[in-house]
Design a binder for this molecule. Structure first.
Ligand SMILES: *Cc1c(COP(=O)(O)O)cnc(C)c1O
Length: 372
């Protein structure tokens, strides 16, 4: 007889769709009358693009961004056609017809991509695209020099129907960084060549730099999923994920016994240890070794030794013995210890924590009626 995947799961990632939508509404209200898109690349930062995107669409979101063509194709089949799906990476050579077939809007980043798309667009009698200009990130988008050379031609281009002009901030999570105003000024100048075209500069952190940065629409990702857009101030976003790992085994160890690979931790007092089904293959980074922690009932308990591929060991000596038993769960992410706190312990950023968790954890959705 088949058991419920959630009941038999090793590691469970609970996604609060009501919270995700509340975060989108909060940002949408903050930037109105500018529009609020949703960035759902990397499977909505590991939370599940189909479920999360459907929730945004139901809340009124009409602009979506993914990174790759395949992410766009997958999303197209789950969203109403009234929702625009734009693809940050744009077409790689030979893939343009897929964009047309799946009604995806490419973001065009460099001159060759722009020329290729214009040719396809002429063949189809006109096709939409967004233009990405680089204002100081040196990653994607036309450089200032390329833009100066091409601007007149691009603004008069008739086969490519421009849907938006975008640029991306390099230091928006540091409000005092001088590059923010410099990028703003460069973007405002470039925008003048495209009168009436919707312009967008801000992602999550940029939204909090103030109105001048909002232009016609904003493109948050991280903040929707609970990551603090302004790391030096209290987090205005709701935590929307909980992670728990199944306790597989509990044992008593004597002082002097070692734990895990490399015998890298030696216990210094008689202890009760719980082996938990969470490892780096689940996205619980190996850099959590010796540093991470989990919660059992009300107690925060230390992770001992090295995180291995599928398992980590916690010292549950101080935990409630009735909870520290095989089949129970240790909470790894919750409202008190969220993605940013875990990122600090793992030596990374919340973005990397979330995107890594998508792989093997069993995802459970809370708060939407027709969950999948
Ligand atoms: C990923 C990305 C975003 C979203 O960024 P967050 O910091 O997650 O809000 C917006 N714009 C571009 C171009 C991106 O690559």
């Amino acid at each position: 007889m088949a058991s419920d995947p959630a009941d038999r799961a090793s590691a469970v990632l609970e996604v609060d769709l009501v919270g995700v939508v509340a975060n989108w509404r909060q940002l949408a209200a903050r930037v109105a009358p500018a529009d609020c898109a949703a960035v759902v690349k990397a499977d909505a930062y590991g939370l599940g693009a189909p479920q999360v995107s459907a929730a945004f669409a139901a809340a009124g979101c009409r602009r979506f961004f993914v990174a790759t063509l395949d992410e766009g194709i997958a999303l197209r089949s789950t969203l109403p056609t009234s929702c625009e799906i734009a693809v940050f990476n744009g077409p790689v050579p030979g893939s343009a017809e897929e964009f047309v077939f799946h009604q995806l809007v490419p973001v065009l980043n460099e001159p060759g991509q722009i020329a290729d798309w214009a040719e396809i667009a002429r063949r189809h009698g006109g096709l939409p695209a967004m233009l990405h200009v680089d204002t100081g990130m040196a990653r994607l988008g036309l450089s200032t020099r390329e833009f100066t050379r091409l601007a007149d031609e691009l603004s008069q281009e008739s086969a490519t129907r421009w849907r938006g002009l975008i640029s991306h901030l390099a230091c928006a999570d540091q409000p005092a960084h001088p590059l923010n105003d410099l990028q703003l000024a460069r973007f405002a100048l470039m925008r003048r060549h495209f009168a009436g075209l919707p312009a967008s500069l801000a992602a999550s952190s940029g939204i909090f730099l103030g109105r001048k940065f909002h232009f016609d629409f904003v493109r948050p990702g991280a903040a929707l999923y609970g990551i603090n857009p302004q790391p030096d101030t209290p987090n205005p976003m709701r935590q929307v994920v909980r992670l728990k790992g199944r306790i597989l085994q509990v044992r008593e160890v004597e002082r002097g016994e070692s734990v895990g690979y490399g015998a890298a931790h030696v216990v210094d007092h008689p202890s009760r240890l719980a082996t938990v089904a969470i490892g780096y293959a689940d996205g619980w980074f190996r850099s959590m070794s010796h540093r991470g922690s989990g919660r059992l009932g009300g107690e925060r308990l230390p992770l001992l030794g090295r995180v291995s591929m599928d398992l980590a060991v916690f010292d549950v000596s101080a935990g409630d013995p009735s909870l520290a038993r095989p089949g129970g769960f240790i909470e790894l992410l919750d409202d008190d210890y969220g993605v940013d706190a875990a990122a600090a312990d793992a030596g990374t950023i919340g973005y990397e924590i979330l995107t890594a968790l998508g792989r093997r954890c069993q995802r459970i959705y809370r708060g939407m009626p027709n969950q999948c």
